[in-house]
Design a protein around this ligand. Structure first.
Ligand SMILES: [Zn+2]
Ligand SMILES: [Zn+2]
Length: 147
C-alpha cells in the first residue's frame, strides 16, 4: 500500500468518478459465479471501503440487484461494473466493494486473499501464496457469502 491517502477511480468512459478518503479495509480476489457473471471475467478483485469514505465526484452508478440484498453498481453510460454493495438501497449501504481494476492506479493495492475458490476456473492457475478460501468470509463483510 502506498502513502497516498486519496485514491481515485472511475468507469471506462469517465461518466462516473469516485474517490476514497481512506485506506481499504480489505482487498481480495473473488472467484464466485456471481462476480464472474456480472463482470464477464474469470475472477474479480475487490477493494472494500466503508461507505462513508466513498465520494462520487462525478456521475452516479445505476444498481442492479444481483441477489436479495446485494446490489451491483455500474456506469449507466458504458456499463462498466464498478461496485458491489451489501444493501442496494441508495444511501443505505454500509460498505462499498469497488472493483480494483477501476482505480486509476490499480497497482497500488496489495491483495490479501482469494475467496470462493470452489468455483475458480480450473484453467486459471493461482500461483501466488495468498490464503485461499473455498467460499466467502463471514467475518469480512455482512454479505460476503452472497456476493
Ligand atoms: Zn462509464
Ligand atoms: Zn464474488
Amino acid at each position: 500500500m502506498g502513502q497516498q491517502t486519496i485514491l481515485e477511480g472511475g468507469c471506462q468512459c469517465g461518466a462516473v468518478r469516485y474517490r476514497i478518503a481512506t485506506q481499504p479495509r480489505w482487498v481480495g480476489h473473488c472467484h464466485c459465479r456471481m462476480c464472474q457473471k456480472a463482470h464477464g471475467a474469470p475472477m474479480v478483485s475487490w477493494v472494500a471501503v466503508p461507505a462513508a469514505d466513498v465520494i462520487f465526484v462525478k456521475g452516479a452508478l445505476k444498481y442492479y440487484r444481483s441477489s436479495e440484498k446485494t446490489g451491483r453498481g455500474f456506469c449507466p453510460e458504458c456499463g462498466t461494473p464498478v461496485a458491489c454493495v451489501p444493501d442496494a438501497t441508495p444511501g443505505k449501504t454500509a460498505w462499498f466493494d469497488l472493483a480494483l481494476a477501476t482505480f486509476d492506479d490499480p497497482t497500488t493495492f496489495t491483495p490479501m486473499m482469494h475467496v470462493w475458490c470452489d468455483s475458480a476456473m480450473p484453467w486459471l492457475p493461482i500461483n501466488d501464496h495468498l490464503p485461499r478460501f473455498g467460499r466467502g468470509l463471514e467475518a469480512e463483510e455482512p454479505q460476503a457469502g452472497e456476493k
